[in-house]
Design a protein around this ligand. Structure first.
Ligand code: ZN
Length: 390
């Protein structure tokens, strides 16, 4: 099956001008001006005149099985559906477990990951949950990375949080070393995705390991770095020493009112502070619960995070903060692809996977979503639904 996208302004995510893109099967076969419609072959033609064509988005932190449970069993959030993901222009997800790595486990997460791939998008996962020691699939972090294709890292390990398993620095150091070696042996990233709470130790664990071992800062992908102003400031200092920073797009009005830096502004502020663009990523924390605690740590309410928040923040960064589209897009395309070593993702390039999003010109609204060469959403109409979606 061939798909030809004509006359779009292509951002790969850097601006490539007006180009046609030919998809053959699940790959990008050609990017050129005026590609003729191939004769004698069934070809779907999409007219992208007056629109922008960008890489499919990568969301590096999604609770695919649902998360939560922090207010008792009835507060476990539901599993994600295919269109919860594709509606947000996301064509690659990385799944994780959260606080509850007990009633949800790695076998279910790997199965869910494979299920989403069968439904048409690209999906991976981290091994583990908040907890240390990590409850793996095979019995070891290295073997999970080496033997299970879908597992590309470890996480999300909770630190500086009252829900953390309160590991010692030495325990985290060991775990990270295992992730690094497993990654090296399997050709995967082997990153350790770190959930940061609002505790006063903040990034101390990571700084100690980076300062005292040979492990490079890029081994950690710490998330929720925009949780509050205090952590954001510490994230900037950490970034100046080469650390990566992931900002979480799912939030609530209350959190923002309490001073959580909104992702779109956090991106602008981090760049102005001298952090390199390639160090910054966004993820949605989609389908996770957004638990609210009082000052004593008692649970008082719950919402569900949305994958669609990922691109909403990129769009806000362009429309409200006046960042270049290519700059804003990098945090959900080329940057996570490089950090997670997803070699055929994140850029519009010949030979890369056929993951594309077509945006309206002025509003930058998502118009069409293509995953692995298959049109999932066209002109805002959902063409492909998940197995059990109505
Ligand atoms: Zn988290």
């Amino acid at each position: 099956m061939l798909t030809l996208i004509k006359n779009g302004e292509v951002y790969g995510p850097d601006y490539l001008g007006k180009q046609d893109i030919l998809l053959a099967g699940n790959k990008i076969a050609m990017i050129e001006k005026n590609i003729p419609i191939p004769q004698g072959l069934e070809t779907k033609v999409i007219d992208a005149s007056g629109k922008k064509v960008v890489p499919g988005f990568i969301d590096s932190h999604v609770h695919l099985l649902g998360g939560g449970g922090e207010g008792g069993f009835k507060t476990r959030t539901p599993e994600i559906t295919l269109t919860d993901i594709t509606k947000g222009g996301v064509t690659t997800v990385v799944g994780c477990l959260g606080t509850d790595g007990f009633t949800r486990d790695m076998k279910s997460l790997v199965a869910k990951t494979r299920g989403l791939e069968e439904e048409g998008i690209s999906a991976y996962c981290y091994t583990g949950s908040y907890q240390v020691p990590v409850r793996t699939t095979t019995g070891s972090i290295q073997e999970d990375l080496i033997l299970i294709d879908k597992i590309i890292g470890v996480g999300e390990i909770a630190l500086s949080d009252h829900r953390s398993s309160q590991p010692t620095v030495a325990e985290l150091e060991r775990l990270t070393a295992e992730a690094r070696v497993g990654g090296i042996l399997s050709g995967k990233a082997g990153v350790v995705n770190i959930h940061l709470g609002s505790g006063k130790r903040a990034l101390q664990y990571l700084e100690e390991i980076i300062d005292n071992t040979e492990i490079p800062p890029t081994q950690f992908l710490p998330t929720h770095m925009n949780r509050d102003e205090d952590l954001f400031q510490k994230a900037l200092a950490y970034g100046k020493k080469g650390g990566l920073m992931d900002f979480t797009t799912s939030t609530t009005k209350k959190f923002l009112a309490e001073g959580e830096p909104k992702c779109s502004t956090a991106l602008l502020r981090a760049l102005k502070a001298g952090i390199k663009l390639e160090q910054i990523t966004f993820s949605s924390d989609g389908q996770g619960s957004l638990p609210d605690f009082d000052e004593h740590g008692n649970y008082i309410g719950l919402q569900v995070g949305k994958v669609t928040s990922l691109y909403d923040e990129v769009r806000d960064a362009v429309l409200n903060e006046e960042l270049e589209l290519a700059t804003a897009l990098a945090v959900i395309t080329v940057n996570p692809a490089k950090i997670l070593k997803l070699k055929s993702k994140g850029e519009i390039k010949k030979g890369h996977d056929g993951d594309l999003v077509i945006l309206e010109d002025e509003s930058l609204e998502i118009d069409t979503v293509i995953a692995m060469g298959r049109v999932m959403i066209e002109n805002k109409e959902i063409l492909v639904k998940g197995t059990f979606e109505d």
